[in-house]
Design a protein around this ligand. Structure first.
Ligand code: SF4
Ligand code: SF4
Length: 179
């Protein structure tokens, strides 16, 4: 049986969460699991369980969660919020914890920083592909007379990303690169 060291709890975590979302009331959660049972991310990643983030936040036992990178698997679909009988909000707790992880210098998993970098540099995660014709020629959007896709003013877009903290995330060294 795993013993939890209760003295190791972070007693300030609830205050830090509330500093980001003032109306959050994780202590109203009574672990009915409706959030987790309806969560699309849980279906893909069974270790991702919104109710656990609620309980861990209430008890201040979030260090492992912050370090693990699992918070980044949330789709932010808000389904948990709509299903919760107590009108509390796992999705906002998750966003709040992810923000706290960043403020502590904990990088998101590499795949996520890669996506943020692609958005910053090119305005989108996936770039338009060439399409094949029946003669196996490959045509670009330009060849097809389609307008270019993506951000019109990339510099303005990058400034906006800076304001919301994207550069701060990209500046954190992923753990495996620290050595
Ligand atoms: S649905 Fe609401 S009350 Fe139920 S476990 Fe999730 S957060 Fe807690
Ligand atoms: S917002 Fe996140 S935690 Fe909530 S249901 Fe969607 S994927 Fe699950």
């Amino acid at each position: 049986m795993e013993i939890v060291e209760f003295d190791s709890r972070d007693k300030m975590i609830i205050e830090q969460i509330r500093a980001r979302y003032i109306d959050l009331t994780p202590e109203d959660c009574y672990t009915c699991l409706k959030c987790t049972n309806g969560c699309p991310a849980t279906k893909l990643y069974p270790k991702f369980a919104p109710h656990k983030f609620m309980v861990a936040s209430i008890f201040g036992l979030v260090d492992d969660i912050l370090e693990s990178g699992i918070l980044w698997y949330c789709f932010h679909c808000i389904k948990c919020e709509t299903r919760c009988p107590m009108k509390t909000a796992p999705s906002q707790i998750i966003s709040s914890l992810a923000n706290i992880a960043i403020s502590r210098g904990i990088a998101p998993p590499k795949a996520f920083t890669g996506m943020i970098r692609a958005i910053k540099e090119k305005g989108a995660i996936a770039q338009p592909r060439e399409v094949p014709t029946t003669d196996f020629d490959f045509l670009t959007r330009d060849d097809l007379g389609l307008p270019p896709r993506g951000i019109k003013d990339i510099e303005k877009f990058q400034k906006a990303l800076k304001i919301i903290g994207a550069d701060e995330v990209l500046a954190i060294k992923p753990k495996e690169e620290e050595k």
